[in-house]
Design a protein around this ligand. Structure first.
Ligand SMILES: [Zn+2]
Ligand SMILES: [Zn+2]
Length: 265
């Protein structure tokens, strides 16, 4: 039986009180979600970069590699990291600074969300983002001009690797960043939800690009291709006419753009 809302809130309240007490100034800054997302990108990508560099010497990961004949070089990795750093310096930080001066964020609430509220809000934000990016992604593949000018940069690598998740043009990064930061506000979410969602989206995005079809991945746990994951997105980079949704599989299944049947048989 589900605990009451106040009991669940008590579960997160000590953590939230600690955050407010120790880090109020820092986490209240609009730069915090950006730093959180960038740190997440580095932390989540790093283990798979090591696995890529070790190649066959790391049999544990290599056995699950999707495109075994393709290996990212150190130069390719450095170029992706530089792209992510320069995108943040040139686009993200200046835009966030302007928004911060024009619309200072409200003070953080004193109470934590309940666990059910947090999970529900995170799921809602991810579902909304998944739909927004699915529409954007299809449009930027079907329209040749948009593909060439905006999305082609992300398709530079036919065999994705962890660092390549943020190999994005400025316009694509800003669009994705806009949805990630405004969706929790639009849905009236708690700031903790926004941070969890931000971090989870980065993890899911890196996971889409790792190039390893790990047996414990959510895509193997959830049935009917409901979760895309690394294999689905790897196939998108190989055959860009399928698997447009970033996280879940339902929109591709509904619109007949899923390669779920191909890769499960
Ligand atoms: Zn990709
Ligand atoms: Zn694409």
């Amino acid at each position: 039986m589900c605990a009451s809302n106040s009991q669940q809130r008590l579960f997160l309240q000590p953590f939230w009180d600690y955050i407010l007490d120790k880090f109020d100034d820092r986490v209240g800054s609009p730069f915090f979600p950006v730093l959180l997302a960038f740190s997440g990108y580095v932390l989540f990508s790093f283990p798979f970069a090591v696995a890529d560099l070790l190649g066959k010497r790391c049999h544990f990961f290599y056995q699950y590699k999707i495109q075994k004949e393709k290996h990212p070089t150190k130069m390719m990795m450095c170029m992706c990291i530089w792209k992510a750093v320069s995108n943040h310096l040139v686009y993200v930080f200046p835009v966030v600074t302007v928004i911060w001066f024009c619309m200072p964020p409200p003070p953080l609430p004193a109470t934590a969300p309940s666990v059910c509220t947090l999970l529900g809000e995170v799921f809602g934000c991810l579902l909304l983002f998944d739909f927004q990016y699915f529409v954007w992604h299809i449009l930027h593949h079907k329209n040749h001009w948009l593909y060439k000018k905006v999305h082609a940069i992300h398709h530079k690598y036919i065999a994705p690797f962890s660092w390549s998740s943020q190999n994005l043009g400025g316009y694509e990064l800003m669009t994705v960043g806009f949805w990630s930061s405004t969706n929790p506000i639009m849905l009236g979410c708690h700031p903790l939800t926004a941070w969890v969602c931000n971090l989870l989206s980065i993890w899911m995005s890196v996971n889409d690009h790792i190039g390893y079809d790990l047996p414990w991945s959510l895509s193997h746990i959830l049935p009917f291709g409901l979760y895309g994951g690394a294999l689905a997105h790897d196939l998108h980079h190989q055959k860009p006419e399928t698997n447009f949704a970033p996280f879940f599989g339902h929109w591709d299944l509904i619109f007949g753009t899923s390669s779920f049947e191909d890769y499960r048989t």
